[in-house]
Ligand binder design. Structure first.
Ligand code: MD3
Ligand code: FE
Length: 199
């Protein structure tokens, strides 16, 4: 089933459990090469979400601000985007260029992500695709103005969302996760993969 929330299409249960398990294996391999880290916000506070990336670009943040970078903070190149993840992009993104960044967010108990816009990419014509794995997450989406009205939806393991068109610049965030609601990750928590064209 497809649900539309704040102009975003959410394909509920897009990935069967066997595909979800395979993706987790691939993402563990990514994290073995490029370990997850907690980016620092401009104020110097670590974000509660830990992240890593695959592809030509990953995301990094410190006192100098947010930006896409071509290497992991350790200096190694980001691993390649796993084929199984590229296949999901090709299935849902439409006739668009391949993604250059596969951002992997890990939410442990109590982690959240405040409302923000994704606008560090050069061209907002291309969609962003998100894949949810593990614990349920309360996703909130508004419009293009901060402080406007918002709608919420629970994202579950195997859900795939496409943010394109007018929704591409909508404010969005994760209010909380239901820690322990899924058994996909032995350690609990949630993985979110976002795919983006950066340049
Ligand atoms: C709506 N991640 O990495 S994914 C992010 O679940 C991010 O980890 C959240 O927001 C997460 O930037 C939400 C869904 C998402 C991603 C990008 C969007 C929704 C979006 C871009 C535009 C509008
Ligand atoms: Fe975002």
């Amino acid at each position: 089933p497809t649900v539309t929330v704040g102009g975003i299409s959410v394909f509920k249960e897009f990935l069967p459990p066997s595909d979800q398990l395979h993706l987790v294996k691939e993402l563990r391999a990514v994290a073995a090469q490029a370990p997850v880290f907690s980016p620092k916000t401009k104020s110097g506070k670590p974000m509660s979400v830990r992240l890593t990336a695959a592809g030509d670009f990953g995301w990094f943040s410190d006192q100098r601000g947010y930006r896409y970078v071509e290497q992991h903070p350790s200096g190694v190149n980001w691993p390649e985007i796993p084929d199984a993840i590229m296949a999901i992009w090709r299935a849902v993104a439409g006739a668009v260029p391949d993604p250059e960044c596969c951002l992997v967010n890990f939410y442990g108990e109590g982690a959240r992500m405040g409302l923000h816009q994704d606008r560090d990419e050069a061209n907002f014509d291309w969609p962003v695709v998100s894949i949810s794995l593990g614990d349920d997450a309360l996703f909130r989406v508004g419009g293009t103005e901060r402080g406007g009205k918002t709608e919420s939806i629970w994202l579950q393991s195997g859900d795939v969302a496409v943010m394109g068109g007018a929704a591409r610049l909508n404010y969005h965030g994760i209010d909380r996760i239901k820690f322990g609601s899924s058994s996909l990750l032995k350690e609990g928590g949630r993985l979110n993969v976002t795919l983006r064209v950066v340049r």
